[in-house]
Design a protein around this ligand. Structure first.
Ligand code: SF4
Length: 362
């Protein structure tokens, strides 16, 4: 699991370690203006309940930092303040409790201002994230956006921090184009060992966003690149989190404590069986009952939900526990590779849970 991960420096955003041997973390960003403070708090808490481990909030004025001051004690995840163009907002945000600040040092003011931000971040132990996007690259300097141009743009900002002896840096280089995002992150990671935040910018929504993000983020993770991720999805940011989690699990970057294998069903499935509904119910019930236990045990529980007795028993036997459809609404129940008994579909979830309780000593 995760053996090929590139070694990066570790930084701490509040309680969250990013880089080094820390698990690849999941980030999101609020979509509510920070001035709607109660709504922002509610959204952050919902994101965190779903699994976000750091939430970015945009601040567009020094006054917005007063909202941040109310938000930080009301949430449990560290907050990254997203600031552009005005170094005073970044200082106010760090002063208000931001655990991390996202700025591009080259566009937030003169050198004196940048030095003041660095001093504030250093004093409070807040790392600085540099974020370069294909859409925001300075076209006067980089008329054509290429991976090299994206990296050169990021390096301009990195060097400003390095010249000020500041190394608590996280870098994100994103494009809406998959190949460009991958190439730019590969190039940057060959030049510096700062932790990288990866994702695809403007990935859109729905299936298209899921697939594109999975390809870009998954590819980089499998190459060992990526210390923290965000799936940028148009719409409710809470929808991003399960997608991010699944990408991390699929790439082997985070353990899946419960893994449900379900067949697609086919003409061999008895029509009286509803495998899709059953798979969802099993996923929900088994995850709720055993995820915490498996996390404690540090291993994955494999459960199979299969449609027929042609291919079903083999898969169900290979899992820790499983179900394979037969006929007339009945299913075979398996545990530890052995057939246990025949159960009705309506009793299948309860019976499966009981068998897992026995085998896991729960
Ligand atoms: S397990 Fe059986 S029902 Fe499911 S896809 Fe395979 S052959 Fe079809």
């Amino acid at each position: 699991m995760d053996r090929r991960r590139r070694t990066t420096r570790q930084v701490k955003a509040g309680s969250l370690a990013i880089g080094g041997d820390a698990p690849v973390s999941i980030q999101s960003m609020t979509s509510v203006p920070i001035e709607r403070t109660e709504e922002t708090i509610e959204q952050i808490n919902r994101l965190s309940e779903r699994g976000a481990e750091l939430v970015r909030v945009a601040l567009r004025s020094v006054e917005a930092a007063e909202c941040l001051r109310k938000i930080v004690p009301a949430v449990t995840v560290p907050i990254c303040a997203d600031v552009h163009f005005d170094y005073r907002i970044a200082i106010a945000a760090v002063d208000a409790g931001a655990a991390k600040v996202r700025i591009n040092p080259g566009n937030i003011g003169d050198q004196k201002g940048v030095r003041e931000v660095i001093r504030a971040a250093r004093d409070r132990g807040a790392p600085i994230r540099i974020g370069v996007n294909s859409g925001s690259v300075d076209r006067r300097k980089f008329p054509v956006v290429t991976p090299e141009a994206l990296v050169a743009s990021a390096m301009e900002h990195v060097r400003i921090l390095e010249e000020n002896d500041f190394a608590d840096i996280v870098v994100s280089i994103k494009s809406s184009e998959i190949g460009q995002t991958i190439a730019a992150n590969e190039l940057f990671s060959s030049e510096r060992d700062y932790p990288v935040h990866i994702g695809l910018t403007e990935a859109g929504y729905g299936v298209s966003c899921v697939v594109q993000s999975a390809v870009a983020i998954g590819h980089l993770l499998l190459e060992g690149i990526g210390d923290t991720i965000r799936v940028s999805m148009t719409g409710d940011p809470a929808e991003e989190i399960p997608v991010a989690r699944k990408i991390l699990e699929a790439a082997g970057a985070r353990a899946a404590w419960v893994r449900i294998v379900a067949c697609p069903t086919c003409g061999r499935t008895d029509p009286s069986l509803d495998i899709l509904t059953l798979a969802r119910e099993v996923d929900e019930a088994v995850t709720a009952r055993f995820e915490g236990l498996m996390r404690e045990k540090g291993r994955t529980l494999h459960v199979a939900v299969m449609g027929c007795e042609v291919n079903g028993p083999g898969e169900a036997k290979d899992a820790d526990a499983g179900l394979a459809g037969i006929r007339d609404g009945k299913m075979l129940l398996f545990a530890r590779g052995e057939k246990v008994r025949v159960v009705e579909q309506r009793d299948a979830v309860r019976a499966l849970i009981q068998e897992i309780e026995k085998i896991e000593g729960a």
